[in-house]
Design a protein around this ligand. Structure first.
Ligand SMILES: Cc1cc2nc3c(=O)[nH]c(=O)nc-3n(C[C@H](O)[C@H](O)[C@H](O)COP(=O)(O)OP(=O)(O)OC[C@H]3O[C@@H](n4cnc5c(N)ncnc54)[C@H](O)[C@@H]3O)c2cc1C
Length: 394
């Protein structure tokens, strides 16, 4: 398991490339894009295309499909590195990387041949997953035995889908989606859901509102609307009614990558806190020479280091499940990293005094970003409840 703790040469080289991309392409644009009033305008295709040119967009795609075939641990590292520059950019890419991993496992050979080569070539190819609905959020994490509102009726050669999903990351930008739909009336969602492969532009599928978010603004989140949308049988992923099997296989990477994204924000906040503590003088000496501040910086460092160890362990074990994987590793790392990031955000703000509250320093953006994963990828309280249910089954 030494792989978890020591970077190999390939990982070091990849992280250097990603760090340069973040310095050259993300950081110079992030503040201006974040400040746009219209949420759609906070998204940048230019950043996505530059990420494509470096192989970041297809990092998890196997070499035979034109990607780099990265493992989950290296992917978590890349996602953290991206988030040091901007959380939204990290999320755009993280969604795409994790869904590409799932597609390589869950799609059949015909579906893979149909989707993966064009996804690999398209510099704007992004992926999204549609599960959440206005009345079903925590319900599918636990899962609570209600059906999904978005449902499909069987017809000749396929399914007619009606309903809507909301909050979907990359929802208005993706070329392909994994969509979770109730196909068995009256059954709980865990038993009556089918996962469909959905292409952008299918008749009857439209984009609704693009959500105006508090932070993570460089990523777009949107509603997906279905009005008598025909999806053919050949787009069923796995078996009809077995969608939750696909969903469950998704949680290990999904949780670890969400954790890695928010960890990158925590690191950015910590670095700003150290810089400010070193340069700002009060009480006759730099803040960093005051014991209270020094101790708080050490605590931030500890929270970051411990969260990263947890994420790396979970990511590595996600790919080596016979070496000690247990299910809480697919639930709790995100809760830990997002709580750490939120604490670090409030401490960083405090260390900056009034200056942190002023927009020009950029700490305020990081504080807004730091709140994103208290809820995204499962509300932390819900995840603790889910972990407890796994640990102490009723
Ligand atoms: C930035 C962002 C990006 C997102 N991206 C996606 C995406 O790409 N795809 C997607 O499908 N979804 C996405 N989501 C949705 C996200 O997964 C949900 O918001 C999340 O699961 C919580 O659901 P909810 O918002 O409906 O909250 P609710 O489930 O309504 O929760 C509200 C509160 O009630 C608590 N609660 C709920 N049930 C219970 C219970 N049984 N017992 C005790 N307490 C409970 C929760 O812990 C929480 O505190 C995204 C959300 C955000 C904010």
């Amino acid at each position: 398991m030494e792989e978890i703790f020591i970077l190999n040469d390939d990982q070091r080289a990849v992280l250097e490339t990603v760090a340069r991309f973040v310095e050259d392409e993300v950081k110079p644009r992030a503040a201006a894009l974040d400040a746009k009033e219209d949420p759609e305008k906070s998204f940048s295709w230019e950043i996505v295309e530059k990420a494509h040119a470096l192989g970041i967009r297809t990092f998890t795609l196997a070499e035979k499909w034109g990607g780099l075939g990265a493992d989950s641990l290296s992917t978590a590292m890349v996602i953290e590195e991206l988030a040091k520059g901007d959380l939204g950019v990290s999320v755009i890419i993280a969604q795409t990387l994790k869904i590409a991993q799932i597609m390589q496992k869950a799609l059949n050979a015909e579906q893979q041949d149909r989707v993966l080569p064009s996804f690999a070539k398209d510099p704007r190819g992004l992926l999204a997953i549609g599960i959440t609905e206005p009345d079903n959020g925590s319900n599918y994490f636990l899962p609570y035995p209600t059906p999904f509102f978005t449902s499909a009726e069987k017809t000749a050669g396929g399914w007619i889908v009606n309903g809507m999903k909301h909050f979907i990351s990359n929802g208005n930008r993706a070329s392909h989606y994994l969509l979770f739909v109730q196909t068995a009336k009256g059954k709980p969602m865990a038993e009556g859901t089918t996962c469909f492969l959905l292409e952008r532009g299918r008749p009857g599928f439209g984009i609704g509102r693009v959500h105006d978010k508090m932070g993570e603004r460089l990523a777009n989140n949107a509603e997906l609307i279905f009005e008598d949308c025909f999806i053919p049988d050949e787009n069923v992923v796995g078996e009809a009614g077995k969608g939750f099997g696909v969903l469950r296989s998704f949680f290990p990477q999904s949780n670890a990558y969400a954790a890695a994204s928010i960890l990158g924000v925590a690191v950015a906040l910590y670095e700003r806190a150290v810089f400010w503590a070193t340069t700002r003088t009060q009480g006759g000496r730099p803040l960093i020479e005051h014991d209270g501040i020094r101790a708080q910086l050490a605590e931030m460092h500890m929270l970051i280091d411990a969260s990263r160890c947890y994420i790396h362990r979970a990511s590595w074990l996600a790919d080596h499940q016979d070496r000690g994987w247990e299910e809480t590793l697919g639930v709790l790392p995100k809760a830990m990293a997002s709580q750490a990031a939120w604490k670090i955000a409030t401490w960083c703000l405090e260390i900056h005094g009034g200056s942190g509250y002023m927009k020009e320093l950029g700490v305020e953006k990081l504080v807004r970003d730091a709140a994103a994963f208290l809820h995204s990828d499962g509300v932390n309280r819900t995840l603790f409840l889910k972990a407890a249910n796994l640990m102490f089954p009723a």
